[in-house]
Design a protein around this ligand. Structure first.
Ligand code: AMP
Ligand code: MG
Length: 347
């Protein structure tokens, strides 16, 4: 399959090119596009054959349901059974934005979207290119992250090109994404509002609107079975083995240096995922800086790109500094824990 790449400036969107992209979606094709979280791989969410192409291009297991993306509130009503008061409050405060809400689904939603569940995940992205594509296509767009299943999610067009060239119809290069981690997934279809996946809208943010919101235990404990089907897979993972270190910054640096020395003596190529504050404290190993501990949004923004860079450098093992579990740190630690297949060393 030939994949066309088009470049769109988010500040000056080319209407003609967007129309071409939207036509591909309407006709049942696949288009990768930027959002404020990560790049999405989109298809008409009401067309079963089109949605099959997403699963095929990604190599995604069919029991992992998809998120439907909309661009206005009018598009929401026909897709869901009901909009609760809690959902209304969250929508008002956080849409458009990196919050996916799980609703009881309406009869319009094909089974392939929800992997047979009676609920559906919906989000309104806060990115002018994504919003324009959905509005012009005039259908909800099903869009998981535009990476091969199991690989780190794409935050730059070059990541999408690496994974999807020849597998989809079009890639819209709209520059780097914003948050850099996938959306928060909030289940409002059950008795207790529950975060199934942490993301850019944090537990603390949600508590301001729904004080009773809780977090699925699997988010911080990889031994627990997740409620959200997709969360059980080894996600966001680099090729190399990864070990995650958590504790005080001093203890982390000391332990990483000790392990790096031992591993290098064994002849291993060692990557160290460091932060601005600690970069000068590692005398050996391939040190890549993910961002600043003072501004965790920089860590979220760069994390997947840095994981891909370690693969390019063909390191055997990544020793990664953890952060705290507050605010955005929760989502960062959740992705790092998955990248490390649950291998966390608590100091
Ligand atoms: P992705 O778009 O690849 O970032 O993944 C979408 C995430 O949303 C996965 O973790 C899915 O398991 C989750 N998801 C989608 N639909 C539902 C649903 N109806 N109930 C629970 N989780 C869902
Ligand atoms: Mg994904």
């Amino acid at each position: 399959m030939e994949t066309r790449i088009i470049k769109i400036d988010r500040e000056r969107i080319d209407e003609g090119l967007m129309e071409e992209a939207a036509t591909i979606i309407r006709k049942g094709g696949t288009v990768a596009f930027p959002t404020e979280t990560v790049y999405g791989l989109g298809a008409n969410g009401l067309d079963e054959e089109a949605v099959k192409k997403i699963y095929k291009a990604k190599g995604r297991p069919s029991d992992n349901p998809l998120i439907l993306h909309i661009s206005s509130m009018e598009e929401l009503k026909p897709l869901v059974d009901e909009i609760s008061e809690e959902a209304r409050l969250c929508i008002e405060k956080f849409w458009p934005g990196p919050l996916t809400i799980i609703f009881k689904k309406s009869g319009m939603i094909p089974d392939i979207i929800t992997a047979g569940l009676d609920t559906v995940a919906i989000r309104m992205p806060d990115h002018p290119i994504a919003a324009k594509l959905i509005a012009k296509a005039q259908v909800p767009i099903a869009a998981p992250s535009a990476n091969l299943s199991g690989k780190p999610s794409p935050t730059k067009a070059s990541h999408v090109i690496e994974d999807m060239m020849g597998r989809i119809d079009m890639i819209i290069d709209g520059g780097d994404t914003g948050v850099g981690l996938e959306s928060t997934v909030l289940d409002l279809s059950t008795e207790i509002p529950t975060i199934l996946r942490p993301g850019g809208i944090t537990l603390e943010d949600l508590r301001e609107v729904i004080p009773s919101v809780i977090q699925d235990a699997s988010i911080t404990d990889s031994q627990k079975v997740p409620k959200s089907p997709g969360q059980k897979y080894r996600h966001y993972a680099p090729e190399a083995e990864m070990l995650l270190f958590s504790g005080s910054v001093e203890a982390i640096v000391e332990e990483i240096n000790k392990r790096a020395r031992e591993l290098m003596e064994e002849g291993k190529k060692v990557g160290i995922l460091a932060t601005e504050e600690t970069r000068d404290k590692y005398p050996q190993g391939l040190v890549l800086v993910v961002g600043s501990r003072e501004r965790e949004e920089t860590i979220a923004h760069n994390l997947f790109d840095v994981l891909r860079s370690f693969d390019e450098e063909k390191v055997d093992i990544i020793l990664a500094e953890g952060v705290g579990y507050n605010h955005l740190g929760m989502a960062i630690m959740n992705r790092m824990l998955k990248a490390a297949s649950g291998k966390i060393i608590k100091l």
